[in-house]
Design a protein around this ligand. Structure first.
Ligand code: IPM
Ligand code: MG
Length: 369
């Protein structure tokens, strides 16, 4: 029997509610498979700051260090509440970016997936959704503007100024681009390279390195696309995309647009891969406005569990079962108030009920092997 340690960082806002539902799935996966999970809870985010004075406490670091994989909930506070925390200890700067850096999670995979049957969630017209949206954005996650040198001060004209640098070396580009090609090989073998080489030198180098790596994957067709044009085409014709690869900041923005074309960021799980271990997280924020009401959909968190099963624990069949279980709950007409309006023919349920239904559907699925 395989034993895995999983660090659970519930985070802020709706984090603890949707984490509960992920735990139900871990428990059932254990029951159905020859595997055991040791679930290690740890404080992270603004809640950790208020409890122990730091958003990424040493105790949490130690737990994450010994874990085989990390499941992280959303973090962050409302704009108003954020003012109670010093700038550098805000959960984004003080916890999330240090987590990414600590485990060097250079490749972030964000599936943008909506089967045709769930097209009603999307703001796009049915003729645009066609047979469904099914693409994955691969975002570089530990370089670029996010981690570049920063300077603030007063310039010689007496004006406040700020300088942030966008830096990549070829190795940083190469490793994430390889991940995108490998993913393309397992899918449709079409890779969209998203860049801004008409303005940015960083994109010129990015494209150069990508072309070199492409020689190792001759079966993959590479299509180059400027990031601004990509934003338009994601709305006009999302079905042309299969795998898209891009640097950190572009990926932050376009992946939220990915959530937009699905109808909600609540439908966006993600995986952040490092050389030794990976962490998994919903792509959305902590939604403080609806926290504690038990109305947030746990899809992004349970989907992140599915990604963990496949990528960290080599359980692709069970991962597929978890995805299918979630889809079947939607297909049966159930939804939660954060995703759907009442009266739209939807059977409205709460966070916990959604998790229970996913678990029931998973229980009914045959185990492979
Ligand atoms: C994301 C988030 C983070 C990012 C924030 C919370 C710092 O928006 O994971 O996309 O900008 O990377
Ligand atoms: Mg983002």
């Amino acid at each position: 029997m395989k034993n895995y340690k999983i660090a659970l960082l519930a985070g802020d806002g709706i984090g603890p509610e949707i984490m509960q539902e992920a735990i139900k799935v871990f428990k059932l996966v254990e029951e159905r498979n020859d595997v055991s999970f040791e679930l290690l809870h740890a404080d992270f985010g603004a809640s950790a700051y208020f409890k122990c004075g730091h958003p990424f406490p040493d105790k949490t670091k130690a737990i994450c260090d010994q874990a085989d994989a990390i499941l992280k909930g959303p973090i962050g506070l409302s704009h108003e509440a954020s003012k109670k925390i010093p700038l550098d200890l805000l959960p984004e700067r003080g916890a999330l970016l240090p987590l990414r850096k600590r485990y060097n999670t250079f490749a972030n995979f964000r599936p943008v997936f909506l089967p045709k049957a769930l097209g009603h969630f999307s703001p796009l017209k049915p003729e645009i959704i066609g047979e469904g949206i099914d693409l994955i954005m691969v975002r570089e996650l530990v370089g670029g503007l996010y981690f570049g040198e920063k300077e603030v001060g007063i310039n010689e004209r007496g004006l406040r100024y700020v300088k942030e640098t966008l830096e990549y070396d070829e190795e940083q580009i190469r490793r994430v681009v390889h991940e995108a090609f490998k993913l393309s090989m397992r899918r449709k073998k079409v890779l969209h390279n998203i860049h801004k080489s008409n303005v940015l030198k960083s994109s010129v180098l990015w494209n150069e390195v990508l072309e070199e790596v492409a020689l190792e994957y001759p079966q993959v067709e590479v299509k180059h696309l400027l990031v601004d044009a990509a934003a338009t085409l994601l709305c006009l014709n999302p079905c042309q995309f299969d795998v898209m690869v891009m640097e950190n900041m572009f990926g932050d923005i376009l992946s939220d647009q990915g959530g937009g074309i699905l109808g909600s960021l609540g439908l966006m799980p993600s995986a952040c891969k490092g050389p030794e271990k990976s962490y998994y997280e919903p792509s959305h924020g902590s939604a403080p406005d609806i926290a504690g009401q038990n109305i947030a959909n746990p899809y992004s968190m349970i989907g992140s569990v599915a990604m963990m099963l496949e990528d960290s624990f080599d359980m692709p069949e069970e991962s597929r079962n978890v995805w299918n279980a979630m889809q079947s709950v939607f297909a049966a007409g159930y939804s939660t108030p954060d995703l759907s309006k009442p009266g739209s023919g939807v059977k409205m349920i709460k966070t916990g009920e959604f998790g229970d239904k996913v678990v029931a559907a998973l229980r009914a699925m045959p185990i492979a092997g």
